[in-house]
Design a protein around this ligand. Structure first.
Ligand code: GRF
Length: 226
């Protein structure tokens, strides 16, 4: 571990979105409040009407719409993403509600440098509609996971997870809201651990260097009843 993680330069970040962009907003807010040292170089959306594009522009961040439907293959779209991110010298890519699966073109261009967030406790409920699946299954706890993107779906090395309770009368909508609030806490924190140079991938496991009991508490966010 480097001697003083806090003295490292801001991480040059690219954020991929497709919609609302509330996680993007949490990342912007964390940088503005000094909780995260990040230089958000570029936000890319594959949807023209993504509200996140508006959030980025309002914060003075470069924002581009790249329509995946213009490309003949997933790989061609990803090559355009890689080029746009490289032009801005992006070091870390954060997928925040980005609905396209990434091909090996992206994954290999940024090895262990693409994060994603999933609204469940991985490896439970991968893929779409994770909150509905949790309600239908009757689990007592669900939550969210920030992980490094690898070749499979929602199964890369886990960086941070937060747990939330699932109440008997929950539906998809209120469970989503409860999970979303936890996402907004853990995503900026996971990016901060990267910026501090503290993430080490060992096979499918991720270790955080120099974890103090206070860090461990931040990484183990326990459920409180709503
Ligand atoms: C989040 O629930 C995230 O876990 C999932 O997509 C949603 C994005 O929400 N991958 P937002 O666009 O950040 O508001």
């Amino acid at each position: 571990m480097s001697s003083d993680p806090q003295s490292r330069p801001p991480v040059k970040l690219g954020v991929l979105i497709s919609g609302e962009g509330s996680n993007l907003q949490a990342i912007i807010d964390a940088t503005e409040h000094g909780e995260l040292s990040a230089d958000i170089r570029l936000v890319i959306s594959n949807k023209a009407d993504a509200h996140g594009l508006e959030r980025a522009r309002r914060a003075g961040i470069a924002a581009e719409f790249i329509d995946h439907r213009r490309f003949a293959s997933r790989e061609e779209f990803d090559r355009t993403l890689v080029a746009a991110l490289n032009t801005r010298q992006v070091e870390l890519v954060a997928c925040a509600g980005f609905t396209r699966l990434l091909s090996p073109v992206m994954v290999h261009a940024f090895p262990n440098r693409i994060m994603n967030i999933h609204p469940a406790l991985c490896p439970a409920f991968p893929g779409v509609n994770a909150q509905r699946a949790a309600c239908d299954y009757g689990v007592r706890f669900s939550g969210c996971t920030v992980f490094f993107v690898a070749d499979g779906v929602d199964d890369g090395p886990i960086i941070v997870q937060a747990v939330v309770p699932v109440m008997q009368n929950d539906d998809e909508r209120n469970l989503t809201a409860r999970i979303r609030a936890a996402e907004h806490r853990i995503y900026p924190y996971a990016i901060r651990l990267f910026q501090e140079g503290r993430l080490r991938v060992h096979g499918r496991k991720l270790l955080v260097d120099g974890s103090s009991p206070a860090d461990e508490r931040l990484m183990l966010i326990n459920p409180t009843l709503p």
